[in-house]
Design a protein around this ligand. Sequence first.
Ligand SMILES: [Zn+2]
Length: 161
Amino acid sequence: MRRLTIFGKPVNVVEERSGHKPIEFKDNRIVVRNYEGSSSLIKDFLTDLLYSELCSMHEAIRAAGNVEVFGNLDFEVVEKIDGKKERVAKFKGNKILVKLNAVALPREALKYVVAHEIAHISTKRHTKKFWKVVVAIYPDYETGQELFAKARLLNSRKVGG
Ligand SMILES: [Zn+2]
């Protein structure tokens, strides 16, 4: 049995014979029906999960209307960013690249990552103006920042440095 961390919570991966879907979330577990080939199945599943979480965070930020976020902004879940282990996310073109292992981050930490990258759309460097945008997006960003730092310490290899 495998154990994963999803949005800060431990989740078991179990095998079941019955059922139709090759993989699903059920009773707070991930149920797979072809354990042999489950590795890429799980990877795709987590990619979709992270992508939809990022999209709904972006949607919530847009709906709050505190900052202007471009309508065509998109996310891409990737395995590597510039070959740099410590990088979790990067703004590139009209996309925010987010590393797949960020799926382990608690939602507040992930929200901080999203706010941080959106703020980079208007300001490259971490200037006062930059942090003003972060605060506008996520007033309590320090909570997420702290959780993010903690998650990195706890699980530096999984979450990235
Ligand atoms: Zn930054």
